[in-house]
Ligand binder design. Structure first.
Ligand code: ADP
Length: 533
């Protein structure tokens, strides 16, 4: 490892200028770079577009030895290698090591590393399981190992890759004490915990950028049988602006694109079922602004960097808040307007649950826990931004925070009512049932409705059973969500959503204070029924 502990600011800026031509670091970049140069294990969490790659590229270029960069996608690695080669007259400065190389090519890569020419060596995690490669890497000078897209190590992330789980064992076999750098755009505390645990980097210097996107406006509307006309009306009102409309199925993508075309909206469909040529044609039409709208499955968007996408509509609700954040994040990259509109019906949640029903049980439980968060986001009447950022482990001031008025709930606040006594009841039930229940059973206990789980825990014999029977289920669900965000209770996500009382909750019980709550929106299901909002 590196012993250099004092990092000279001028030197850093000179290197930034020399290699990348930038005058200033972006966000937390400088702190991350300095931490790596000090040889410390480092964990960088930044939203997409935050400038993660530079965080490890710069220290790799500045240091002796080769940095190993683990990345899950070959295409991504190739782009990065090309970009790095562009700033140097030495082709060998960056290499990809993978199974598609010929013997001669592998020999060249190894020679460049031995000669000290290669500063960045990109590898897929499975390549690192090849004994030959590991033995070779043991024999050369390494600067650090960077694990890009580190959330792939966690089943709670959106892109679990089992091979990532072997990384710690491989790192242990490499250079003694080689620093590990983890990078991700996944902000949930659970995924971060998994990364730290599985990479064995407890105590790493951690840098987390804010995930707030103050220029994005968040809105949820009930999804009825008229959703297509609702979308057409929205798009026509925003005529001439670029937008993405996400649908769950390829069939729906094609239908909706057609409906839009028939109604005079210039739109193209996009999904993985089209051949590569057709896909790139439609993608280019959107990027070159030959069409305003692309109707797409989630296959669209990875690596799309169109700065002036003005709206992202979800015709179908996504399977996690994480996905929703990533997909809506494609709007307003230029810091201009970005309207994020999701259509929600509980029926779609049931559909997503059904999709998961043939998956392994553990995966289903994770999937369901993530879906419940989506339901809570959609139905909440509180600041959507605050809800989302809380999910990412971030505090947000819904009154004075940046972007505080940028969602439907903030613009049209529902009336608030005093709920001090009800908060006490919820806390009493959670404690009185020994912190064994998820929200569903807590609510049933409150209103005094038995089910198998409740009777198996004999909760119906406890004094708290039925203490909230004067209010309905919707009231208690809403209150529980607001208490979660207020930090009076917390969810043990590891246990798939079991509720616990926090220290703050215990303080509240000891001396109850005013707690103003709003009723959640109630969405009855699709098919044109009356919807109360
Ligand atoms: P991420 O991997 O976090 O999504 P990238 O590393 O792709 O982000 O960087 C996003 C963009 O920001 C790139 O176009 C990159 O060139 C640019 N960028 C990174 N650092 C700086 C900087 N210090 N100054 C200006 N632009 C930067």
């Amino acid at each position: 490892a590196n012993d250099k502990t004092v990092i000279d600011n001028t030197e850093l800026h000179a290197a930034l200028k020399k290699y990348f031509g930038f005058a200033e670091f972006k966000g937390l970049q400088q702190d991350v770079v300095a931490s790596i140069l000090q040889g410390k294990n480092t964990f960088a969490i930044m939203p997409t577009g935050g400038g993660k790659s530079l965080c490890y590229q710069l220290p790799a270029l500045m240091q002796e030895g080769t940095a190993i960069v683990v990345s899950p996608l070959i295409a991504l690695m190739k782009n990065q290698v090309d970009a790095i080669r562009g700033i140097s007259d030495q082709n060998g400065i960056a290499h990809v090591l993978n199974s598609s190389l010929t013997k001669t090519e592998v020999r060249q890569v190894k020679q460049d590393i031995v000669d000290g020419v290669t500063k960045l060596l990109y590898v897929a995690p499975e390549s690192l399981t090849k004994e030959d490669y590991v033995e070779f890497l043991q024999s050369v000078k390494l600067s650090f190992i960077a694990v890009d897209e580190a959330h792939c190590i966690s089943e709670w992330g959106h892109d679990f890759r089992p091979e990532y789980r072997n990384l710690r064992a491989i790192v242990n076999r490499l250079d003694d004490g080689i620093p590990v750098i983890a990078l991700t755009a996944t902000a949930t505390p659970k995924v971060q915990e998994d990364i730290i645990k599985n990479l064995g980097i407890t105590g790493a210097n951690t840098f987390k950028a804010s995930f707030n996107r103050p220029n994005l406006f968040y809105e949820v509307r009930p999804k009825t049988a008229n959703v297509d006309s609702d979308i057409i009306r929205f798009v026509k009102k925003n005529a001439g602006k670029s937008g993405i409309i996400y649908c769950l199925s390829r069939k729906r993508v094609e239908e909706l694109a057609q409906v839009l075309q028939v109604n005079g909206v210039s739109a193209v469909p996009y999904h993985a079922g089209f051949d590569a040529k057709t896909r790139s044609k439609y993608q280019d039409m959107f990027l070159m602004e030959d069409v305003d709208v692309v109707v797409a499955t989630i296959a669209f968007g990875m690596g799309i960097d169109k700065p002036d996408v003005r709206f992202v509509i979800h015709h179908d609700i996504p399977k996690s808040i994480e996905s929703y954040y990533q997909e809506t994040g494609r709007a307003g990259r230029d810091d201009g307007e970005g309207h994020c509109l999701a259509f929600y019906s509980y029926k779609d949640i049931e559909k997503l649950e059904k999709f998961m029903s043939n998956k392994p049980v553990a995966e289903q439980e994770i999937g369901n826990a993530l879906l419940q968060e989506v339901v809570a986001y959609a139905e909440t009447s509180m600041s959507r931004r605050k809800f989302m950022l809380h999910y990412f482990g971030e505090e947000f001031d819904e009154v004075n925070g940046d972007g505080a008025d940028m969602d439907d709930n903030a613009r049209n606040p529902k009336e608030k009512v005093e709920a001090k006594d009800d908060v006490v009841k919820v806390l009493q039930v959670v404690q009185g049932t020994n912190e064994k229940f998820k929200s569903k059973e807590v609510v049933r206990t409150l209103i005094g409705k038995i089910n198998a789980l409740i009777s198996s825990h004999k909760a119906d014999e406890k004094p708290v059973f039925g203490i909230g029977s004067d209010k309905d289920k919707g009231h208690w669900m809403a209150l529980i969500r607001q208490m979660l965000v207020a930090g009076l209770i917390k969810k043990e996500i590891e246990q798939y959503g079991i509720l616990h009382v926090t220290d703050k909750g215990r303080e509240f019980l000891a001396s109850p204070q005013s707690f103003m709550m709003t009723k959640d929106h109630t969405y009855t299901d699709g098919d044109g029924d009356t919807i109360v909002k």
